[in-house]
Design a protein around this ligand. Structure first.
Ligand SMILES: [Zn+2]
Length: 287
């Protein structure tokens, strides 16, 4: 995705990983080869890798540059983190940090970090290892985190919480907020529970334009055809399906620019209607 400008805002995509992830039916219980068959003609290379049959799934962040602030949305997997998912465990790859710099941003430039939720692929670069301790990567940032999300993550006590969230709280850089929090007239959150209880979308308004970061409310273009198909990583699969359906309904055939966490590159675009399925996605131009 090229940087997208609307109103007084420019949005940069910062990619960490993009590649074949898993077979669709390994993570979407409904996505059996038979159930996918009618849609394979458009899913191939658009959602599913032709060579491997696996989902194409990027891990990425967005940087929102407003006249007043530089805001980072989600922070990918990071380096050196202990993670249950083997591909993300103890990564030694600073591609994301280099891509952030290439987009023109130093870690000191980030004023606010928002996490749509606190899973390991959305919080990794929240921290980095310094002299054997996890410290905030962005020394000047306030990290805006959903209060309920933090409480649930703390109760689980996962490595992700210990490595990516607790050090932010200890450093005094966290601001715990409700899921409808507004930073100012430009940036606000909306609750989108299901994937996790405290999952939020991040909305950007500027001069009559609207953009939204939808995090893990949707994971794959497969869900444009089947918005009711939830992923095994959705904490409440039924609620996630309801949230996704109403989110897609609210975005369909509007001018809202949608920035997805996991749809294949270029990952951003608009939700449209389609004669053969509930929704379609008109991507912005590729890089
Ligand atoms: Zn995710």
């Amino acid at each position: 995705m090229r940087p997208q400008t609307f109103g007084d805002v420019t949005i940069h995509r910062i990619l960490e990983i993009e590649g074949p992830f898993t077979r669709p039916d390994a993570v979407f219980p409904n996505a059996t080869p038979k159930a996918l068959e009618p849609d394979m003609h458009w899913l191939i290379n658009h959602a599913i890798c032709a060579d491997t049959g696996k989902l194409i799934l990027p891990i990425q962040s967005y940087v929102v540059q407003t006249p007043d602030h530089t805001i980072l949305i989600d922070t990918c997997v990071g380096c050196g983190k202990t993670d249950d998912f083997p591909d993300w465990n103890n990564r030694d790859d600073d591609t994301w940090l280099r891509n952030l710099r290439a987009a023109g941003f130093a870690v000191e430039d980030i004023d606010f970090v928002f996490c749509t939720h606190l899973h390991s692929d959305h919080t990794g670069w929240n921290t980095r290892l310094l002299d054997g301790r996890w410290v905030p990567t962005f020394p000047n940032a306030k990290y805006i985190l959903s209060r309920v999300e933090v409480a649930n993550a703390e109760a689980k006590g996962s490595n992700t919480y210990k490595q990516n969230v607790a050090p932010i709280l200890e450093a005094g850089q966290a601001q715990l907020v409700e899921t409808d929090f507004a930073l100012n007239d430009m940036i606000h959150l909306s609750p989108t529970p299901g994937h996790t209880a405290g999952h939020v979308c991040v909305h950007i308004h500027s001069n009559g334009h609207h953009g939204v970061m939808i995090g893990d409310a949707m994971h794959s273009p497969i869900q444009l055809a089947h918005p009711d198909w939830s992923m095994i990583f959705d904490d409440d699969m039924e609620l996630a399906a309801k949230t996704r359906q109403s989110l897609l309904d609210s975005l369909c055939e509007t001018k809202t620019m949608v920035f997805t966490a996991h749809l294949p590159s270029p990952s951003a675009g608009r939700v449209t209607a389609h004669p053969d399925r509930p929704f379609d996605f008109k991507y912005v131009e590729k890089d």
